[in-house]
Design a binder for this molecule. Structure first.
Ligand code: ADP
Length: 668
């Protein structure tokens, strides 16, 4: 038995911070590593020691084993926690740690290897008699053979990268005629993301649920399951909300799945925290998908329903301690749910985004609400940056309740207290999801988001009078905060509509999809009750309580609001309650060129590399037809024609590195 006194965390962002939280509670000192892009990142700041390991690209920093091991040796760390992603499922790294006499907080290298490839894992589970999704997971890779297998399995099929993860290198193929193109795409993406284009083919199940089992094993051979997590709510085949227990799952199935997961772990001599992922059909038949040999992003929901700290357990098991409980000691306490707050654009197929956070406020934490973040709150503006080099997750918000309904309500309140401006995020989408009737009824499946798209992604609504009123109050507050001119008392330095002896009357104009909205404000100097007239209707308004920096309290027609307004040129972001509104303000002091959207120019959605150009000069195209494929954040993004038309010019070639907003195609 060893005692771990110092841990190097070979990761970044929220998981690095989360591991450090437990270390601090246990009195274990922490070592962070960071890339140049993360010099000011939270994880590097909260660690006891932090070391630069290279440039922003992960393959030159977070994925370089030697650099990380060097830091571990130099600092005398007893152990390395790999988090998730990066080197967490790399058996060579686990081995290299052991060779260097440093404890790898994870399973033995042999267990990682056994489950490393989806294909090998399936072959192994077949032997252990764990039920599998029908498909082909052998070595043969030539197209003719694979397409014949697909035919045998029956369409629709799913092509998956064996080395896959994060939904990369995964394509649904509906009919035989698309097979060739989708295979090429899956292989290309797999090669780019994992350096390995080996694929497998599975039957694409109609509308399953994703239910996974958390397992835990010690070195003494005790293996238990810590119940399930339902991770069915997904977009692009990736999780966005997770909960435990799985709504409506029968006790009998829970026990069967638990036993199958424990059998899978035992079959490979598993040690530590692991997750066995299954697909579940409507009749509660379950099929093995893969095993993740590490801590999962969604582990907090299991921590809530079991009252355990999984990172602490990982550390204790790594020290050689026995699990302090048996299966019979474990019980499910209430319900827990996690949402992943991402920099992404739900309206644009959840395209991942990046950029500087301009404002960030998290909900208050309690025994019922937890926030796991890798970025700091930025209540005064200008916060951390979501980098294009890494995962675009901003934070996880997790809630616990005595039952599912209470849990949803608590999480909803927590999200109403959350505010973020800067890159586009899925915050409003998550709020809408938690209020969705079918979701509340627990009718979840992996196609839930697609099937409820209309309700979850409502068309843009008209600007309400509250929104317009609060925006104007925010602009008035902003002006008060402006740095005073040398002679602030002089009327010549006053930006408001000041006039001798009288009341100020000012007009504010906003546009919204071509429609103009006008608000007039009548106020007297030093008087906090302006009278607003929103499109001719009077509203009594008052500033209230404290206002600091971007945040202000106000009353409109008797109703209280706390709002935050960000003003950049003609763009306003207004956040209050469950609202996040973007307004176009015709600021008389700002002379920006009007947007060029809708003029037939198509731009790169984010910085990336052009991997395919599907049209030629003069091509006649149909609405929705793929034009150009850009690879960014290791995923392919297809830019399609916004309407029927003709290609006027093409500004990118295959292999070009393109910047965000660079014009790619002009189009008539
Ligand atoms: P990754 O490791 O890239 O995340 P997974 O194999 O875990 O990929 O699958 C991700 C998701 O894709 C699953 O949660 C599920 O929603 C969907 N999926 C995977 N395999 C199938 C299948 N055979 N049929 C239907 N959906 C599937």
């Amino acid at each position: 038995m060893t005692t771990i006194k110092k841990i190097l965390i070979a990761n970044r962002g929220e998981i690095a911070c989360r591991v450090m939280r437990t270390c601090q509670r246990l009195g274990i000192s922490t070592v962070a590593v960071y890339s140049e892009a993360d010099a000011k990142a939270l994880h590097a700041e909260v660690a006891d020691e932090a070391y630069l390991i290279g440039p922003p690209a992960a393959r030159e920093s977070y994925l370089v084993m030697d650099k990380i091991l060097d830091v571990a040796k130099k600092t005398g760390a007893d152990a390395i926690h790999p988090g998730y992603g990066f080197l967490s499922e790399n058996e060579e790294f686990a081995e290299a740690c052991e060779k260097a006499g440093i404890i790898f907080i994870g399973p033995p290298a042999s267990a990682i290897l056994a489950m490393g490839g989806k294909s090998e894992a399936k072959a192994l589970m077949e032997k252990a008699r764990v039920p599998l999704v029908p498909g082909y997971h052998g070595d043969k890779q030539d197209e003719r053979f694979l397409s014949a297998e697909a035919e045998k399995i029956g369409y629709p099929v799913l092509i998956k990268a064996s080395a896959g993860g994060g939904g990369k290198g995964m394509r649904v193929v509906e009919t035989a005629k698309d097979f060739s193109e989708q295979l090429a795409g899956a292989k290309r993406e797999a090669k780019a993301a994992f350096g390995d284009d080996h694929v497998l083919i599975e039957k694409y199940l109609a509308n399953p649920r994703h239910v996974e089992i958390q397992v835990f094993a010690d070195r003494q051979g005790n293996t238990v399951y810590l119940f399930e997590r339902d991770c069915s709510i997904q977009r692009r085949h990736q999780k966005v909300l997770e909960e435990a227990p799985a709504p409506g799952l029968s006790e009998a199935t829970r026990e069967k799945m638990g036993a199958a997961a424990v059998a899978a772990a035992k079959a490979i001599g598993y040690v530590g925290a692991g997750t066995v992922e299954f697909l579940l059909d409507a009749k509660e038949n379950f099929y093995f998908m893969e095993m993740n040999t590490r801590l999962q992003v969604e582990h907090p929901v299991t921590e809530y329903i079991t009252g355990l700290d999984l990172v602490e357990l990982q550390i204790r098991v790594a020290e050689g301690q026995k699990l302090p409980f048996t299966q019979n000691d474990l019980k499910i306490d209430g319900h827990a749910m996690e949402v992943r707050l991402y920099a992404e654009d739900p309206a644009n197929n959840f395209l991942p985004g990046a950029g500087q956070i301009k404002f960030l406020r998290f909900p208050l934490e309690s025994d019922k609400v937890r926030v796991d973040a890798g970025v700091r709150e930025a209540p005064f503006g200008q916060g951390d940056t979501i980098s294009i080099h890494y995962d675009p997750m901003i934070a996880k918000v997790i809630a616990h309740g005595k039952d599912r309904k209470t849990c949803i309500e608590t999480l909803k309140r927590a999200l109403d207290e959350t505010m973020v401006a800067g890159p586009k995020t899925n915050l409003v989408f998550l709020r809408t999801l938690l209020s969705n009737k079918a979701f509340i009824e627990g009718k979840v499946s992996t196609h839930f988001i697609k099937e409820h798209e209309k309700e979850l992604l409502p068309a843009k609504h008209a600007l309400s009078k509250e929104t317009l009123g609060l925006a104007v109050l925010g602009l008035m507050k902003e002006r008060e905060r402006m740095p005073s001119a040398p002679d602030a008392a002089s009327p010549w330095n006053d930006l408001s509509a000041w006039r001798i002896g009288g009341a100020d009357v000012e007009t504010f104009k906003f546009t919204d999809g071509g429609k103009e909205h006008i608000v007039t404000a009548t106020s007297r100097r030093g008087f906090s009750h302006p009278e607003l007239s929103v499109e001719g209707k009077k509203i009594a308004a008052a500033f209230e309580g404290s206002s600091y920096d971007l945040s202000y309290d106000a009353k409109l027609d008797g109703q209280h609001f706390n709002a935050v307004l960000l003003h950049e040129g003609r763009h306003l972001t207004l956040m209050y309650g469950s609202h996040h509104e973007e307004l176009h303000y015709l600021d008389p002091l700002s002379y920006e060129a009007e947007d060029d959207e809708g003029d037939g120019r198509l731009h790169a959605p984010m910085p990336g590399k052009v991997v395919a150009v599907r049209v030629e000069l003069g091509s006649k195209v149909k609405k929705g037809q793929p034009l150009i494929i850009v690879e960014a954040m290791k995923m392919e993004h297809t830019i399609t024609a916004p309407s029927d038309g003709e290609v006027l010019s093409i500004h990118a070639r295959v292999g070009d590195q393109v910047d965000e907003k660079l014009e790619l195609i002009a189009f008539k």
